[in-house]
Design a protein around this ligand. Structure first.
Ligand code: PMP
Ligand code: GLN
Length: 405
């Protein structure tokens, strides 16, 4: 296989030694769950579709003719709705004409931003563990990936402040921050956000934020976009999408907001990746952003209950599990269940569907091989609770059954 970014892809563990493309860990675990009939708490997608009225709005848009290319920046109605959402929730005030860009999910927004703003010789700093597409797109850009570990302590997974300080230096071009954080569920605290903002200002770096779980926070925690911190609006691209907020992950409608010059740079790449996408979904998401507040609140409440159910079940089964402040995910230490055949989280996760009828994802899949985070979290796995109550109960019963782990 000829892959221009082969060396970087290999280094990032994205292709197999024989050159074949490795399926993502999420696809691999879903396939394994299907094959074994396991309760799939691996890949994070809801097993109940988002609100009927939003889906009907897309059907209507198709019937009424929203079937050709949408404008490259996104339809004006959606850009206005995104701007209004940023204003209502966070007091940000992007200009829908110049400071909002609609993308094919958050994934494309992040990819286009990294490709637009970084290249060989630049460093991109992320937290570790990190969402899998980050390493891939940093490698595609030819930039260098530098990570800051999240460390498990009594308060959950927290940013290592000293590591952040030393990771951000003169070559740092971009800091890519995900909060609420996949896979740990960490909602960054005001202190952590402040430290990231001051590091970015110190070296004049751009910040790209991945806020796809912005509305899925629990225990009275709320999400604060980095762009709202002093001196940050002019250097921050905020990325989010409708997938998680409205349980419509297959629609892939995302957006980027930020200063016009940075948005222009992202557009320059984005228009040659997809140009535009999801024409009939765009008007439906515009309405969802304006009128979907009740649906979001219901989802958040129901997810909080399902989080508690899974957390209690995992703990009763003997896992040391960290309570997440947000997202779809609970991380748990599988140390008590490791065996010579399954000596670490990755082997445990690959064996669990067959052994216990439950699928999860190893946290090492979100780490770089051999890194500090990978070592510290080698026995950890991630379970999702964005599944119906019955699936969660089945998984918990199976995990609790003696001899089945
Ligand atoms: N970022 C994070 C942290 C995610 O968990 C996901 C996917 N679930 C994405 C980005 C991708 O979002 P989208 O489907 O909107 O591209
Ligand atoms: N974001 C989802 C997860 O973390 C999966 C998305 C994907 O399959 N790429 O499970």
């Amino acid at each position: 296989m000829t892959l221009r970014w082969r060396a970087a892809a290999e280094a990032a563990g994205l292709v197999s030694p024989d050159g074949s493309t490795r399926p993502t860990i999420f696809a691999e675990m879903t396939a394994l769950a299907l094959r074994t009939g396991a309760a799939n708490l691996g890949q994070g997608f809801p097993d109940a579709d988002g609100p009927q009225w939003i889906r009907e709005a897309a059907v209507r848009a198709i019937r009424e003719g929203a079937n050709q290319y949408a404008p490259g920046r996104g339809i004006p109605e959606l850009r206005s709705a995104v701007a209004e959402h940023q204003r209502r929730h966070y007091g940000l005030d992007p200009d829908p004409e110049r400071e909002v860009l609609v993308t094919a999910g958050a994934t494309e927004g992040i990819a286009a931003a990294v490709l637009a703003l970084t290249g060989p010789g630049d460093e991109v700093v992320t937290l570790e563990p990190f969402y899998d597409s980050y390493a891939a797109v940093i490698a595609m850009a030819g930039a260098t990936h530098v990570t800051v570990p999240l460390v498990a302590d009594a308060g959950g997974f927290r940013v290592d402040a000293a590591a952040l300080e030393s990771a951000v230096g003169p070559r740092t071009r971009l800091i890519l921050v995900n909060s609420p954080h996949n896979p740990t569920g960490t909602v960054l605290s005001p202190e952590e956000l402040g430290a990231i903002a001051s590091a970015a200002r110190r070296v004049d770096a751009v910040v790209v934020t991945d806020e796809v779980y912005e509305h899925l926070t629990f225990d009275g925690l709320s999400h604060t976009p980095l762009a709202t911190l002093p001196g940050m609006a002019e250097r921050t691209l905020s990325v989010s999408s409708a997938g998680k907020t409205f349980s419509l992950t297959g629609w892939k409608i995302g957006w980027v907001t930020g200063p016009a010059d940075l948005i222009e740079a992202v557009l320059a790449v984005k228009q040659f990746l997809t140009y535009t996408g999801g024409a009939p979904f765009q008007p439906a998401i515009a309405r969802a952003l304006l009128e979907g507040g009740r649906d979001i609140a219901e989802l958040r409440d129901s997810l909080a209950e399902r989080r508690d159910l899974l957390l209690d079940g995992l703990r009763a089964a003997g896992f040391d599990a960290v309570s997440p402040g947000g997202t779809y995910f609970v991380c748990a230490d599988a140390s008590p269940f490791l065996t010579p055949e399954a000596p670490h989280g990755a082997a445990f996760a690959r064996a669990l569907p067959e052994r216990s009828g439950v699928a999860c994802v190893p946290v090492s899949a979100f780490c770089r091989e051999g890194s500090r985070a990978a070592t510290a979290l080698s026995s950890w796995v991630r379970f999702t609770f964005v599944k119906d109550e019955q699936t969660l109960r089945t998984a918990i019963e199976r995990l609790a059954a003696p001899g089945r782990r």
